[in-house]
Structure formats: C-alpha cells, structure tokens
Design a protein around this ligand. Structure first.
Ligand SMILES: [Zn+2]
Length: 893
C-alpha cells in the first residue's frame, strides 16, 4: 500500500542516527554516482519501519542488522522499499520489528547529478555539493533534518589519478587500485547535521596552507585563479582566532578549506571545515579590487566562519530557528571585521543592508523574523533580508542594551551548554538572561515574533520651546507600525514594541545621550538638557531597528545642522551628528516620502542642502537616492533638467578631486578620499550623465583597457563607473570586446563587471543582443537572475527583457533552476516602473505560479503596487519642485 506521508512529514524521533559510514563512486564522465552506506542508529522503541529522506535516488537494496551472535549482527530483512516523492522519503518496511536499542542499516543506491545548483552538481570541471536546506537527500539516503546530528565517515572510490577531492574531514587514507584510480577515506567528522556535509571533486588547486593557532587553512580555486587566494587566506587567518576568543571555544573542525566554486547558488555555504563560496565572494586581486569588494569578501568569510560555532557546533532544532543562525552570523561578521580592520568602518555597510530589511519589513506581506516553517521548501523561502539583516540588527540592539560583555558571556554560556547538540532561540535568550540578570526573553520576543517595526514620532511638547526657554525640553513620543504603503493599516489591534531608544542631542554644554525604554503607545520624555537644544536624533548611532519621524521644528534643527552652511565652521554641527546618523536621517526621510508623510520637495531640499557632505558613505546615500529618483520618478520631459540639477550640485567638488591624486602629491590618498571621489564621479557620470564627465569616463575606460603595454592605471574604485559609461554607448565592436572579457577575465569581480555591463547598453541597435545574451553560455546560471535584473532596470532594455521572460518562460525558468534563483527571478520583476507592467506581471505570475517562490511573489506584487502608485504621485511633485527651483534661480538672476 503506498504511504501517504504528505509534504509536511517530519521524521519520527523514535529512530535516530548515530553515525554514517558512506562510500560514493562519482562518475565525472557521465554525471552519475553510486553509493553504499552503513548507518548506525538507535531505536527508542520497537519499530516496524524506518523512514529515510531520499530524492531521485534509486535505492537498490537495504538490510537492517541488530547486534547479535555473529560479529555482523542479526539481519532483519526489508520486506519493501517504498519511495514517496511528496515527502521525499524512502521507507524501509521491515519483515520483523526492530527491537529498541542499537542497529545498523546497510543500504546501496544510485543517482545522477542535479540539474540546478544543488545536491551534487557540475560547476565547470568540478562536481560539488550544496545541501542546505534539504538537498543532502539528493545524494545520500539520510535523516535529512537538522535535529539528527551524527558523525560522518565518508569515502570516495574510483577517483581518477590526479583529481583532487575535498570534504569536511582531512584525508586519512588513500589507496591506489589496479586501474590507476584511487580510494580515498576522510577523517570522521564530529556530530553534524546532514545539511553541513560537503564534497568537491575535480580541478581545484590549493594555496599554501597558513596556520591559525594550529588550524591549517587553505583556499582552493580553479587553477587559473590560484593567484587570487592570498586575501582570503589572510582574512581567514586573522578572524579565526578572534572568533575563538569571542566564543571561548577552539575552532571545532580541525582544518579549514575555503573553496571558490565557478557556479554557485548563494554567496557561500558554511559546510563544517569545507566552506564553499561563489568565486566573487572569495577570490580577488588586492591590487585591483575596489575597497567594497575586499570588505565584502572579508565579511562573507567571517560570516561562514562564525557559523562553524553558531550553526555547526550548536545547531537549530528545526528550520523555524534558521533566522538565529543567519542573524547571528550576519551580526558577528560585522563585529569581528570591525575589530580586524577598524579603518574600514564596516558598520556603515551593515547600515546599507539594514536599509533593505527596513524596506521589506515595511510591507504588508512581511513576516516575523521567527516564522512557522512547515517543511524544507518553506525553510528555503525564508533566506531574505528580514532573516539576515533585521535579525542581525535586533541582535545588535539587544547587545547595545545589555552591553558587550554581558552579551558575550551569555553567548559563551549558550555555546558551552549546547555544543555538539541542538538548541532553540529560547535557549539563547535563557542563557543571555542568566548571564545578564535582565528580562531578555520579553525584549527579544517582542522583536522576533512580531511582524514589521515601529515609526516613532518625535515632537517637542507644545509647552516647551526648547529654544532657550526655562525648564528642560520635553519630547512627546508616539509609536505605530510603519508601512510604506500610505493606505495600509494594521488589521488587528495596534502593535506595540518595547523599544530600547537612545536619544542624542546638543545643548549648551555639549553632546549628550539619554536612554529610554519605550513600550507604550505614547510617552513624554524630559531631556536632562542645559540651555538650548540645537539638534537631536532619536536613534543614536542608528542602532535601533525603527524609523524616526520628527516634527517640523526638530527636523528643521537637524536639517540646519546637516546643511552646507553648518559645515563651514570647522568641527561644526555636522561632524557632531555621526555619519551613520546622517545616513539614517536621509533614509528615514525617504521612507516617509514613500509613505506619503513627507513631500518629495522637502526631501529634495534636505538632500540638496547636504551636497558638500564629506563622508563617503553619507555621500553615497545621497547619490543613491538621487539616482533612484532620476531612474523612476522624473517625467521624461524633466529628465534633462533633473540631471543638470544633480550635475550642478556636485560639479565643483568633483572637479576639486579630479580623477586621480595630483602627481605632485607625496602622501598616498586615504581610502575615504578615494571613496568620496568615486561617489562624486558616480553622481556626475552615472546619475547626472554630465556630457563632459561621461566623455572623460569613456576615454579613461578605453585607455585603461587598451592592449597591455599602453594600459593606463585607474583607481579600482572607479572601474564600475567608467565601464558603465563605456557600456552605455557601446557599438558592436565594444560589445564583442566586453563579451570576451566577461567570458575570460580571471578576476571574478572584473568578470562580473563586464557581464553586467552588457546588460547596461543603451545603443538601440544592441538592445536585442544584450537581451538574447541572457540565455547564452556567456551568462552562467549563478549570474542569470542578476543579469536579468540589470536588463529589467535599464530603460533601454527592459521591454525586450520582460518580453523574453514571458515568451521564453520555460527556458528562462530552467536557467534559474533552484529555489533561491527562482526567488531572485521573481524579485527582479519588481523594478518594472509602470502601471501597465504591474498588470502584466500580476497576470503572468498568476498564470505561471512558482511554488518555491510564493512569498517572493507576494512581496514582489506588493512592491510593484506601491512603487507604481509612488511613481504616479511623485512625478508631478518633482516637476513642481524643479519649476520652483527654476523660478527661484531666475529671480536671483
Ligand atoms: Zn549564513
């Protein structure tokens, strides 16, 4: 009788694996494999069947052995092997009941490489695995849920001579057979969940090992990229001891291999001791990599290393706590990299990621950080900005509230208590509460179980003028859930958050901070200020996950402090408001424009007044917002005037810094100066399209790319800008050249730069080619959805690209053959600007539903709806603002 286990079936806890001894023979010529395994397990009660996960595996034979008279044990026959595709299991129906106690399953099977980037798949000349969330079952029949931790002793046979193999454990035995092939046995692992097992077979070469407190670290790449591994080695060796110190426990997996894989779904995967990466997240040339790339690589490496403790050593019980893994690794990576390279100011990059979480979480289709997860497919859906960045921001907020030491003590307690085991979020809050003596469970649950986040309205109480009057100024605070959509409302009673707020302000005596734990709908806070409060921000250091809406007077005071006039005084007000707070003010004001709580004209007044901003991150934020407005919210008739306005704002500063440091300058420029230059030139070239700046960018690009011998040096931070300028105006020959570079560049960042450049062409004659390229092998599967997203965001190519998605749907879908890529594909449609697009996308996704991207579909449709409405609202407002500005200019004469 067929079993009806259903999609949400979870393995019973009555049978648990203890260890796997598995051997695979991988046929690299035919993309197939065969396996045998002995799985030691323990039954807590008598059972008549054993369920194992398996997908697309042909299980040939199975037998169960119980310890008995013979050394091999007493066999129990398997009466039937029943596969079930819905629950992704194979059930061993036993001829006789298995008594409680230890037993061993002997099983053999065969399978094929998976077509997408999961299970065991082909990436160029390499066969590699990707198992999270639930794809170990595509290679091994196993207990494929995180709660079932066991040791794994893996062997490979029939490995051709000279072909390298890498797995979680080091190689402990290698035997050659007659035909010249080898059998390789890896050291048994400590107990691990199945999603953390990894294998790679094929043409990878290792760097020289470096030693970090006795842990040998190697970085592997395809042979041509061997020269790009030094930075990854340096970063891993630097951060691994810092992580050991933080957790108070040594690195648990003996050796560390970092593998750059030529086609890879995510950014990286934290397999124990055998971490796999997309090449661009691991390999770089420090001489030519933009600073942002170096920071990103260091951050990803540290994120995956943090998982070796948080995730691998202590593992979630079920996928509903996946967020904890990811939130923790996200937060920890920034913390550790900030300690390694403080001059990078990496928390400013965290702020950018947090910005995308704030956008996603302001939608009605948002989900709580900790969501109910019924099956592995739903687990796959929850890898989004709410899980990573909001989760990370909430941990940061709790750390800020408890203080660094008490927070770290709680983490250490949690690690010691649950090492080599499984734990839930409540175990973590329990440990943090115990270590700190604070009621942390309530505070944490208030943030992780609730959807969305608050906007806090901050107003000066009417009876206090805050401007030199008697008595301390009093603030009136009010909180409500923030929605981007002005028409959205909460369906139930209004949500209240317990908000650990820190208010920073300037009075006659200096800059002060005041803490407030704000949990009511409204509250009054009296500041311990002396004299006049010149400005205040209600989210000090932007450490809180909420938005601030200031009343007119308070906003005017901040605007005054941030405007160009204030910056003239050395050490003036602008420097007192921290860069991260200046960024948050801009980000919050823009969010309020979207929510129809602030006029876009007022927003433009604020950011144009900040144009001489000297911090590169804040400047980037300003340029980014202007770019967004230019790209979506300006009528065609106003485009030229809007771009001229932007060019006028930044022309002088850009000219002052020029394209490179003057030859006469002896001291090398600081990173900040180089990043300010990049932000200004991005504004002039990419956003404002200033003709002189564009021509110069194109000239420098061509000079830089000239055949070797003539090539001209260029600051790596400017490469994206000049290549974009050249790509927009490409002709056939230049397009051919960029295709060649996208295919053959060794440096993954350069490869991606030229690949995306192809999607940025604006020459009408090249549009069809740029779009058709998406489906050619120039664009690998891992880059397909990002390439498509660039096409969809490009005015010149978007209609053709959207047509490609609809008319070649089967092919398009097959090229995004994994749940994560399908989600990215759907999300990419969210940039289409017009109401007509909204209708088309809605109709298309309802007639072509994607089961693995249900949440992404909801999020994308909501985003489209609100963006389309926003565009219709802003276009006339921007036009009116431009007209007022023009009239004012005319009056000035
Ligand atoms: Zn992670």
């Amino acid at each position: 009788m067929p079993l009806q286990l259903g999609k949400n079936f979870r393995l019973p806890r009555t049978v648990r694996p203890v260890s796997y001894r598995a051997e695979l023979a991988v046929d690299l010529g035919r993309d197939r494999f065969q396996g045998t395994a002995e799985i030691d397990l323990v039954a807590s009660e008598a059972v008549s069947r054993i369920h194992l996960h398996a997908v697309d595996l042909t299980v040939a034979a199975a037998q169960v052995l119980v310890p008995g008279a013979t050394p091999a044990g007493q066999p129990i026959a398997v009466a039937a092997l029943v596969p079930d595709t819905v629950s992704e299991t194979v059930t061993l129906e036993l001829a006789a009941p298995l008594p409680p106690g230890p037993a061993t399953v002997r099983i053999s099977w065969a399978g094929a490489f998976s077509p997408g980037l999961r299970g065991l798949y082909r990436a160029g000349a390499i066969a590699v695995t990707q198992f999270e969330a639930a794809d170990a079952r595509r290679v091994f029949p196993c207990f494929d849920e995180p709660a079932f931790k066991a040791t794994w002793e893996l062997s490979l046979r029939d490995v051709p001579a000279g072909v390298p193999v890498i797995s979680n454990g080091r190689i402990v035995e290698e035997t050659a057979s007659d035909g010249g092939s080898r059998r390789i046995r890896f050291a048994p692992t400590p107990v691990l969940s199945s999603y953390l097992i990894a294998l790679a077979i094929g043409d990878l070469v290792p760097s020289e090992p470096v030693d970090a407190r006795g842990v040998p670290i190697r970085t592997w790449s395809v042979p041509a990229k061997r020269g790009l591994t030094a930075f990854a080695q340096e970063a891993a060796a630097a951060v691994l001891p810092k992580l050991e110190d933080y957790f108070g426990l040594p690195y648990p997996f003996g050796k560390l291999d970092q593998l750059g894989i030529p086609d890879f779904e995510a950014g990286a995967m934290e397999n124990a001791g055998c971490i796999t990466f997309r090449e661009v997240a691991l390999l770089l040339d420090p001489a030519t990599a933009p600073l942002a790339m170096q920071k990103r690589v260091a951050e990803v490496i540290t994120h995956e290393l943090a998982h070796q403790w948080f995730g691998n050593l202590v593992t979630m019980v079920w996928w509903d706590d996946l967020w904890l893994n990811e939130a923790f690794a996200t937060w920890m990576a920034f913390k550790i990299v900030a300690a390694w390279r403080p001059e990078w100011r990496i928390w400013m990059d965290f702020e950018v990621g947090k910005g995308s979480a704030l956008v996603l979480d302001a939608m009605q289709s948002a989900h709580p950080i900790r969501a109910e997860i019924n099956n592995a497919e739903e687990a796959g859906e929850s890898f989004d900005a709410i899980t990573y960045e909001k989760g990370g921001a909430v941990l940061r907020m709790i750390e800020g509230y408890l203080g660094e030491e008490r927070f770290r003590d709680g983490i250490r307690l949690y690690m010691r208590r649950h090492r080599e085991g499984n734990a839930t979020a409540d175990d973590l809050w329990g440990a943090l509460g115990e270590a700190s003596g604070e009621p942390i469970v309530e505070l944490a649950n208030a943030w992780i179980r609730r959807i969305g986040y608050p906007v806090v309205s901050v107003a000066a109480a009417p009876e206090t003028n805050g401007e030199g009057g008697d008595g301390a100024p009093t603030l009136v605070l009010e909180q409500r859930r923030f929605f981007s959509d002005p028409t959205a409302q909460e369906s139930g009673p209004p949500t209240r958050w317990l908000i650990p707020m820190v208010i920073r302000y300037r009075d006659d005596e200096g800059v002060k901070q005041q803490r407030v734990l704000f949990g009511e709908a409204t509250a009054r806070v009296t500041l311990a200020a002396r004299g006049r409060v010149r400005w205040l921000v209600a989210n000090a250091g932007a450490a809180g996950f909420y938005r601030c809406r200031y009343d007119e007077r308070l906003l005017g005071a901040i605007g005054g402090a941030l405007s160009d006039g204030a910056a003239v005084v050395p050490g003036g007000a602008r420097e007192e408001v921290q860069p991260i707070e200046r960024m948050a003010v801009v980000s919050d004001q823009w969010a309020l424009v979207r929510a129809n709580a602030v006029e876009v004209g007022d927003f433009l007044n604020l950011i144009t007044a900040m144009a001489s901003e000297s911090d590169p991150f804040v400047l980037d934020e300003l340029v980014g917002r202007l770019g967004l407005l230019e790209g979506r919210h300006v009528a065609e008739a106003d485009e030229a005037a809007f771009r001229r306005m932007i060019a006028d704002l930044f022309r002088q500063s850009a000219a002052r810094l020029g394209w490179q440091a003057p030859a006469s300058q002896e001291k090398p420029e600081s990173d900040d100066t180089r990043l300010v230059r990049a932000a200004l030139l991005r504004a002039m070239v990419v956003v404002a399209r200033d003709p002189a700046a564009v021509a110069e960018a194109e000239r420098r690009c061509l000079a830089h790319l000239a055949p070797s011998g003539e090539a001209v040096a260029l600051d790596p931070n400017l490469l994206d800008i000049v290549v974009t300028a050249a790509a927009r105006r490409a002709d056939d020959a230049r397009f051919d050249d960029f295709v060649r570079r996208a295919a053959h560049e060794i440096d993954p960042a350069a490869k991606r730069r030229f690949l995306h450049a192809l999607a940025r062409v604006e020459t009408p004659a090249l549009v069809a080619r740029a779009v058709a390229t998406a489906l050619t092998e120039v664009v690998p599967m891992q880059d397909f959805t990002s390439y498509l997203s660039v096409l969809l965001a490009n005015r010149a190519t978007r209609e053709e690209a959207w047509r490609l998605v609809r008319e070649r749907w089967e092919t398009v879908r097959a090229k995004a053959d994994s749940p994560m890529l399908l989600r990215r594909l759907v999300e990419g449609l969210g940039v289409l600007p017009e109401r007509r697009h909204l209708d088309e996308v809605e109709a298309f996704l309802s007639s072509h539903p994607i089961e693995a991207a249900k949440q992404a579909t909801l999020q994308t449709l909501e985003r489209l709806r609100s963006e389309v409405a926003l565009r219709e609202r802003l276009i006339p407002q921007v036009a009116a603002w431009l007209a007022r500005r023009r009239d004012a200019g005319a009056e000035l004469g």
